[in-house]
Design a protein around this ligand. Structure first.
Ligand SMILES: [Zn+2]
Length: 405
């Protein structure tokens, strides 16, 4: 009996260690780090000449400008900027100089290489939307001079699950599982104490926990951002004090819950419903000072990741993506990754032609509905932040923000 228990415990420990290793690999913990000393050769004092600079009004470019930079600080900009003869110069002819971009929805997971991809793509600010204490450390290192974008780090997302499912989800997806009011208040308090910038609601909070999270965020004077939990509707969002919705998609999904859940058979009716409701949703977001992050490209990619996965993989800068994340892991039967054998959005192998057609109708409608909502938000003037959900299949950090339009 004792021997059996020993074998069972040893097997459980070994399985646990294996899953831990697979998760770390999948999130990029084993990815070889880029050598950042290569970036150390740039001059700290230099003049960028003949460049087109974005005007302060942001609606045109001023041509043939010289920009003098000293140790990261712009000293002057103009057509007659003087500098001494031996100053390093960079010819900016034919190029455009713009302020740094912000990606308002990213996932860094475990590879610091992503920090360089953001900078290389002109993204100088990011919001990590499911942070960990590792990211808080990276944020500090960047503030102390390491190369990387300014970081806003949102706490691990809060979710409600039963005990055993909660153990697995918490372990594999960096979610914090909460079921009671005291668990919520302890979690929110500790997130505030360690220095996170905001609390995140996941799709999986139950209604009571969402209320508790909203109260705890207010008590701790910390922002509440994220999804609209599936257990609630738009009215609960508006009452919650949540200041931001992490995807336009979330509003469309809340409208779908009001509609009763569309299928490929009543897709047109659903789109009509979204058209009729979106203006009112936008008005109420404005009244409640709630902003929305876009992530449009990702949602539009869902139908392509089903019907034309190799085409979309060819069109993104896959060579820069974290190989751990693209290759995924085998700990779930369908895999968790980007590539054809493990892509989490791909069709099941046994889907027939009719099933494919119905699925395409569903996901094309999904994408159209989010654009109807987005257009209404834009027209009414809801604050919209550009965000990509980078590192979700198949959004490559840094590059993907240039496709978010
Ligand atoms: Zn996300």
């Amino acid at each position: 009996m004792i021997r059996f228990a020993f074998v069972a415990i040893a097997a459980a420990l070994l399985t646990g260690a294996f899953i831990d290793r697979e998760l770390s690999k999948m999130y990029g913990g084993h990815t070889q780090l880029a050598d950042i000393s290569l970036a150390g050769n740039a001059p700290s004092y230099f003049a960028l000449t003949n460049v087109n600079v974005m005007a302060p009004s942001s609606d045109n470019f001023i041509s043939d400008q010289t920009v003098l930079v000293d140790n990261g600080i712009i000293l002057s900009v103009g057509s007659n900027v003087e500098f001494v003869d031996d100053t390093s110069t960079i010819d900016g002819k034919g190029m455009f100089l713009v302020p740094g971009y912000t990606d308002s929805h990213v996932h860094l997971w475990k590879s610091k290489n992503d920090l360089l991809l953001y900078i290389a793509n002109g993204v100088t600010q990011i919001r990590e939307m499911n942070g960990s204490e590792v990211h808080l450390r990276w944020k500090e290192e960047i503030e102390e001079g390491r190369i990387g974008p300014d970081m806003f780090v949102v706490a691990p997302q809060l979710a409600t699950f039963g005990f055993f499912e909660g153990l697995f989800v918490g372990w594999t997806q960096n979610k914090t599982i909460v079921r009671t009011e005291s668990q919520v208040s302890r979690a929110v308090q500790s997130f505030k104490d360690v220095g996170y910038d905001a609390i995140k609601a996941s799709s999986f909070l139950d209604e009571d926990s969402y209320t508790n999270v909203s109260n705890a965020a207010a008590e701790n004077s910390i922002l509440l951002v994220g999804h609209i939990p599936m257990s609630v509707g738009l009215n609960e969002l508006l009452d919650s004090g949540q200041t931001e919705v992490a995807h336009v998609e979330e509003l469309m999904k809340a409208l779908n819950r009001e509609f009763g859940g569309y299928t490929d058979r009543n897709a047109d009716e659903f789109l009509e419903f979204v058209r009729n409701r979106s203006g009112d949703v936008a008005d109420r977001l404005i009244e409640n000072e709630i902003s929305v992050t876009s992530t449009l490209w990702l949602i539009d990619s869902f139908s392509r990741q089903k019907a034309d996965l190799s085409g979309i993989l060819d069109s993104v800068e896959l060579q820069y993506a974290n190989p751990g994340i693209t290759e995924g892991t085998i700990i779930t039967s369908r895999g968790m990754g980007w590539l054809p054998d493990v892509n989490i959005y791909r069709w099941p192998d046994d889907i027939d032609a009719e099933g494919q057609q119905r699925s395409l109708t569903y996901w094309t409608t999904y994408s159209q509905a989010q654009h109807i909502v987005f257009d209404a938000l834009l027209e009414k003037g809801v604050p919209i932040m550009a965000g990509t959900d980078a590192n979700t299949p198949v959004t490559v950090p840094g590059f993907s923000l240039h496709d978010e339009k």
